[in-house]
Design a protein. Structure first.
Length: 93
């Protein structure tokens, strides 16, 4: 579960949850799993990877249940996985 991701800091795992909100700052896309996105698990996608996705990731994954595989890293005390390729994300529903 996404809520347990912080316990696996530094490990490569698969995390599952529903994307409740997304945000594209122009420099990064965030897939958020909770309203309190600052302190909870998120998926991070940088612009170099955007062209690899069939549609903008912030639209494609919004409100969907996904599994994302990658290394858990803590950024400002919140766990995240940086996604470099769409193959790292699987839509469950």
């Amino acid at each position: 579960s996404w809520s347990e991701a912080a316990a696996y800091n530094g490990q490569t795992i698969t995390v599952e949850g529903q994307v409740v909100d997304t945000y594209n700052s122009g420099k990064v896309v965030f897939l958020n799993f909770a309203e309190d996105f600052r302190n909870t698990f998120k998926v991070v996608i940088f612009p170099d990877s955007w062209p690899l996705f069939p549609t903008p990731p912030e639209e494609h994954y919004k409100n969907k249940i996904i599994q994302v595989t990658g290394q858990i890293q803590l950024y400002q005390n919140a766990p995240e996985i940086i996604v470099d390729h769409p193959d790292q994300i699987n839509i469950v529903e």
